[in-house]
Design a protein around this ligand. Structure first.
Ligand SMILES: C[S@@+](CC[C@H](N)C(=O)[O-])C[C@H]1O[C@@H](n2cnc3c(N)ncnc32)[C@H](O)[C@@H]1O
Length: 216
């Protein structure tokens, strides 16, 4: 993670309250800097990092070696598609600069909802989003990666369709940063069939298979 990731992370994390005894999951932990920052705040809690890439897991473990020895951080190799945790475990889930790459956005958001405690919070932080300050410059990089680059309305629709409540969106317009927050409702009603992919895609103004790609 470069310095700009660190800055956007600090800005984003200011929008959530992190208790000292929080149990936190950092999805897509990459080099582990956010995981380390979280452990410095949740000093009496526990921070877990997951990433699906070998290299990222190794880098994150190296960065957090001391905290791991102290039993305050654990890093595991896993995808957001299938988190190796029981339901209702985390008070906070963070995802910094990673949502772009998730394979099935809606399912992945619901998988996070599963592991969140009732009233627990998911925060997504990104330094690029559709119609953000640098969107036009960043698009050529995002497109070949087939990465989702959701805008404000699409994030709100995604969070809402996935079952989150108390959705808040903050933009740092001069820098092109976005931070999206949602909570797990105290009573979650998982729809039996769920809304159809088509309906969800419409609400996101993207075709079904394109939930993770930029269709412009
Ligand atoms: C730009 S880095 C994230 C930076 C990191 N969150 C931080 O704050 O330092 C993106 C990371 O997302 C991870 N990633 C991408 N898709 C993933 C998935 N489906 N599940 C878990 N991690 C994923 C990548 O392996 C990569 O390490």
């Amino acid at each position: 993670m470069n310095a700009s990731h660190s800055n956007v992370t600090d800005w984003g994390l200011k929008h959530v309250r992190i208790e000292k005894d929080a149990t936190v999951l950092d999805v897509g932990c990459c080099g582990g800097r956010t995981t380390q920052k979280l452990a410095a705040i949740a000093t009496e809690g526990m921070v877990y990092g997951v990433d699906y890439a070998n290299g990222s897991v190794a880098a994150s473990r190296a960065k957090n070696a001391k905290l791991m020895q102290m039993g305050r951080v654990e890093i595991e190799q896993a995808s957001v598609s299938q988190l190796p945790f029981p339901e209702n475990k985390f008070s906070l889930v963070t995802a910094v600069e990673t949502q772009y790459y998730w394979p099935e956005l809606l399912k992945n958001m619901r998988e996070i909802l599963r592991v969140l405690r009732p009233s627990g919070t998911l925060i997504i932080i990104a330094e690029s989003y559709k119609n953000g300050a640098y969107d036009k410059l960043q698009r050529p990089v995002m497109k070949p990666l087939r990465s989702a680059n959701l805008g404000v309305d699409e994030q709100r629709a995604l969070f809402s369709t996935a079952g989150y409540t108390a959705i808040q969106i903050f933009e740092e317009r001069s820098k092109g940063w976005i931070c999206v927050i949602g909570k797990k409702p105290v009573i979650v009603s998982y729809p039996t069939g769920g809304p159809s992919r088509k309906k969800i895609a419409c609400s996101l103004t993207r075709p079904p298979l394109d939930l993770r790609t930029d269709s412009r």
